[in-house]
Write a protein that binds this ligand. Structure first.
Ligand SMILES: [Zn+2]
Length: 310
C-alpha cells in the first residue's frame, strides 16, 4: 500500500516536471513569433513581458527551473528582442532582466504562494507556522532571496537589503500596497547584483576601468532616454559594436565614418566626430548612460551619428 502511495506521488512530481518543461517550450515558441513581428523594440519587450511572463512564472511549487532551462529560456527571449548578442549578459539583467527573466519571475510567484500557504495553514488548522517543518517551497524562497543578497533575522524575521529602505516581512507580500514596494526592491537587488558582476568582469568595455557603484536613478535615466528608440536601446545595452571591432569579426564587415570617411573607426573616434568630445565617464562613453540631464544632448548626438552609419 505504502509503495503505491509513493509511486503515485513520484508520478505526480514527474507529471508536474514535464508540464513545466512544456510551459517553457511554449514560451520559447512564442518568443520566436515575437521575433518576426514587424514592431519596434519597446513593443517587443512589452509582448515578451506580458505574454511570456504569463506562461512561465506559474506552478514552480516543488522545484525551480534547472540552470540549463533558464539559460535556454534567456537565449530565446533575448533573440526575440533583436540583435542583442553582443551585449554582456549582466547588462541585459540590469536593463530589462528584472522584469523579464525566469528566475526572478519564479521567485516572486513563489514568495506569494508561500505566504498564501502559511495563511491557509494558520487559518484552517490553527497551526503556529513556526512549528511547521520547512518545505521545499520555503527553502526555494529563502535561497532565492539570499542569492540576491537579501538577509533576514531568524526564520520569520525581517528581510533586508542595502537598496531597500523599508525591508519586509513575509506577511507583507500579500498586502498589495507593500507588494509593489517589495517588487520594486527585488528588481533593484537583481540589477544591483548584476551590476556588481559586470563591474568586475573582464568585458572589454569595462576591464580595468572604474564604473562606480550601481545607481538606480542613473539606470532609470538611461532606460527613459532610450524608450521607444530601438537603436538607443541597443546602445544602453552595449549591443552595438564599434566599426573597428566589427571589421575584426569573422564576417569582417568593412565600414567608414559617415562624417570623415575614416575606415573602420574605433568607438572614441565616433564620439569625437559626432559629438566633438570623448566623455571620460565609461558608462556614458560606452553605453550612452546619461549622468544628468546635461548629458542628454550628447547621447542624442551620438545616437544620431550612429543612425547615419551604413
Ligand atoms: Zn570620423
Amino acid at each position: 500500500m505504502r509503495f503505491w502511495a509513493l509511486f503515485w506521488e513520484l508520478l505526480k512530481t514527474e507529471n508536474r516536471k514535464s508540464k513545466m518543461a512544456n510551459r517553457l517550450s511554449k514560451a520559447s515558441k512564442l518568443y520566436r513569433k515575437i521575433r518576426f513581428l514587424p514592431e519596434p523594440y519597446a513593443q517587443g519587450m512589452k509582448d515578451v513581458k506580458i505574454f511570456g511572463g504569463g506562461i512561465i512564472g506559474y506552478g514552480w511549487i516543488s522545484h525551480s527551473p534547472s540552470p540549463q532551462k533558464m539559460k535556454a529560456h534567456l537565449t530565446a527571449l533575448w533573440r526575440s528582442l533583436g540583435r542583442t548578442q553582443f551585449s554582456a549578459v549582466e547588462m541585459r539583467k540590469i536593463i530589462a532582466g528584472a522584469s523579464l527573466h525566469l528566475s526572478i519571475n519564479v521567485l516572486r510567484r513563489q514568495m506569494r504562494l508561500l505566504q498564501q500557504r502559511n495563511v491557509a495553514i494558520q487559518e484552517m488548522y490553527s497551526v503556529d507556522i513556526l512549528s511547521t517543518q520547512m518545505t521545499s517551497l520555503e527553502q526555494m524562497v529563502t535561497e532565492g532571496l539570499c542569492d540576491l543578497d537579501w538577509h533576514k533575522d531568524g526564520r520569520f524575521g525581517m528581510w533586508t537589503h542595502p537598496l531597500s529602505s523599508s525591508g519586509f516581512y513575509m506577511e507583507d507580500v500579500l498586502d498589495e500596497k507593500k507588494w509593489k514596494i517589495i517588487g520594486h526592491d527585488l528588481r533593484e537587488s537583481y540589477r544591483c547584483q548584476a551590476f556588481e558582476l559586470f563591474r568586475i568582469s573582464s568585458r572589454h568595455e569595462v576591464a580595468g576601468q572604474d564604473i562606480g557603484a550601481y545607481d538606480p536613478a542613473r539606470r532609470k535615466m538611461a532606460v527613459d532616454w532610450a524608450k521607444k528608440d530601438t537603436l538607443a536601446n541597443m546602445l544602453i545595452l552595449g549591443a552595438v559594436q564599434s566599426p573597428l571591432l566589427r571589421s575584426k569579426n569573422r564576417n569582417g564587415v568593412q565600414s567608414v565614418c559617415p562624417k570623415c570617411m575614416m575606415e573602420n573607426p574605433h568607438w572614441d573616434h565616433l564620439w569625437e566626430c559626432f559629438v566633438g568630445v570623448v566623455p571620460a565617464d565609461v558608462l556614458l562613453r560606452r553605453f550612452c548612460w546619461p549622468r544628468f540631464k546635461e548629458d542628454l544632448p550628447l547621447c542624442a548626438a551620438f545616437a544620431e551619428g550612429m543612425r547615419s552609419f551604413q
